[in-house]
Design a protein around this ligand. Structure first.
Ligand SMILES: [Mn+2]
Length: 308
């Protein structure tokens, strides 16, 4: 039987962790002699591009769907709604992830590694260590970039001591100053000037489903919330169109101030659920969320809770 190349990918609207962890997992599996290829499910964002440029690397190949029976490795996600089209019929061999497990089902046994750490790359770092596999400079930069991105330079409540320790060890290998490099990398991701409102709300957007209720939480990072709000009306129109097309009941756009660790949110649709979840009124479609930077820990579960 002909052996198929195993495809490794992160979630749709890939962030730095999804791209970097795919590339690192590719290296890990190749070291073990597997025939694998890192691919991606969407455009590379500016923050990730900064990392790729720093390493003089090209982005993984773009795919839109997977064929029936295609062997795959999922990193940084497990929910089918966030994965490649056709994922239901692919053969999922391995999952390495740090998100909740939901909308996930396989017909065959698999390797599944989930840890409640701040970044997939932290789990990969541990995998290298467990096998005593040498970490080269390239993989060190990829992993530390992913950790800085997912934890917003250790400021996110999702950040654990394991993430911080891994990042510091990787910085040593890469000979990088975490604060200097990290701030430059995060800032590269906050240049939102040439995105249309439609692009902006899709840069980092995830769908969640609870029974009949479908909600979308998108997030953009910025150094200045007011800059983003200058286009508030156009952004709201794009959000409304998205909701109509996708049948979403609620859309939350988090505009996250990476310097002060707060988020202004634009909330459209069933705002009563949002108000119940956060005990906070939505006024003029806006609600300021003090200290909120993590969709995964501080927004999605709060909404899901309010729905039950
Ligand atoms: Mn991640």
């Amino acid at each position: 039987m002909e052996e198929k190349n195993i495809l490794i990918f992160g979630h749709k609207n890939p962030d730095t962790d999804s791209i970097c962890s795919s590339l690192v997992m590719e290296k890990f599996d190749k070291n073990l002699g597997f025939s694998v290829e890192a691919v991606r499910l969407g455009e590379v964002n500016k923050e990730t591009q900064y990392v790729l440029n720093y390493l003089n690397l090209s982005a993984p190949r773009l795919i839109h769907e997977v064929n029936e029976g295609q062997p795959v490795v999922l990193v940084d996600h497990n929910e089918f709604t966030q994965s490649a089209n056709g994922i239901e019929k692919a053969t999922i061999e391995t999952v390495i992830d740090h998100h909740r497990i939901a909308n996930f089902q396989t017909t065959e046994p698999l390797y599944y590694r989930a840890e409640p750490v701040g970044c997939t790359a932290t789990i990969l770092y541990k995998k290298f260590k467990e096998l005593n596999m040498e970490i080269e400079k390239k993989e060190a930069v990829l992993m530390l970039s992913a950790i800085i991105s997912d934890t917003l330079l250790f400021k996110s409540p999702t950040c654990t001591i394991e993430d911080k320790t891994a990042c510091e060890n990787l910085a040593h290998i890469a000979n990088i100053d975490i604060d200097t490099y990290g701030l430059e990398m995060l800032k590269a991701g906050t240049d939102l000037s040439d995105f249309t409102p439609e692009e902006l709300i899709n840069l980092d957007s995830k769908e969640f489903i609870n029974g009949d209720f479908k909600f979308q939480v998108a997030q953009v990072n910025t150094a200045c919330i007011e800059d983003v709000l200058q286009n508030k009306v156009d952004i709201e129109n794009a959000m409304t169109n998205f909701m109509t097309q996708n049948g979403s009941n609620l859309f939350i756009l988090l505009i996250t101030d990476i310097l002060n660790s707060n988020s202004q949110s634009i909330v459209l649709g069933d705002t009563t659920i949002f108000e119940k979840a956060f005990s906070k009124p939505v006024e003029n479609n806006l609600a300021f969320l003090e200290g909120v930077v993590s969709r995964k820990k501080q927004v999605a579960p709060i909404i899901l809770n309010a729905l039950t």
